[in-house]
Ligand binder design. Sequence first.
Ligand code: SF4
Length: 385
Amino acid sequence: MELSADFYSNLTRLAQDGRHDLACGTCGEGRRKLPSGQWLYPAVMPDGRTQWMLKVLMSNACVNRCGYCAFGAHGTTEPARLAPDDLALFFSLLMKERKVGALFLSSAICDRPIRVMDDMLKTALLVRRKYRFRGYLHLKLLPGIGSDQILAAMQLADRVSVNLEAVSPERLQVIAPEKSFDDDLLSLLRQVKTIGEKQDVACRGATTQIVVGPSGESDREIVGFMNRCYSELDLKRVYYSAHTPIPGTPMADLTPTPLWREHRLYQSDWLLRQYGFSADEIPTDEHGSLSRDADPKLMWARLHPEYFPLEINDAPLESLMRVPGIGPRAALRIVNTRRSQPLREPRDLSAFHIPVRRAGPWLLFSGQRRMRTQSQLQFEFSPGA
Ligand code: SF4
């Protein structure tokens, strides 16, 4: 069976449109262009390996009008749609040539959500059963689909995602008035959690994405909500996307959200997931904003002089991870090494790939403080609520 020229032009457009979806850990760096015109992206798999991923939408013409989105009914993109048989065949050809190891399928809502989701499920089924693809498969779940479709998606995919886009019903109303935060989105994630707990499915959890800025939320609200995503909904990752206004959309005139804000949110997210911080400990100012000038871990350290300096040769693992510049892996290596070989001075830190000037001032080495920086003495930041 041959694929038509129309298929390739639609695929190129839809793969281009699909790159905006972040909920799968891909990055554009090192992306690879196929001779047929589509890009493959390097994606980090749940096991930490990197695979080339085809990321594509089944359709880009949506009946909804989310204010920030290029695919809404305001008509800023040329509509295109892919048939499941064609897309599955194309993917199988890439597999045969060993060009791809992962597939991400999403779609705008161009029809009844149940029908659009059926197309995605049909593609996934063909790829898995007919073409025997055993690699990573990610499926987007659309608001309005049935519980049988959620289960089918979780039987086929390694991961599913639901883009919440905002942090509360009120915030979602501002940017996506046709969607219900609780009934359409949160309820999907709750069902994913319940199915994962009760049934033997391939899927190992869900991810989500939040658009930062256009609904007017503060960083404090986002940090509180990210905590809820991990503790209540058991999500594997939350992705943050700084809003870049798209010409022709209802939110085209908004000021773009600065990228440093997205970066600070990712740092806060790491502190919650990997460093044992609670949401209340992430420092924000009186407006609920993260600092532009310093990362949240450094800000926390500056706000807690009572915690420092820490004796590097006997501080507990969890305390070492609070030192600016020391991550979980380095902290563990220090704890394992110092039993037989105590650290004597700041330059010993470099053996653990720790930046000496960043971490040294917060530490004692066998009772001696060897470094102090001006930044520990000068600090202007008022913590929020
Ligand atoms: S439902 Fe999704 S694709 Fe449709 S307009 Fe909203 S964000 Fe865009």
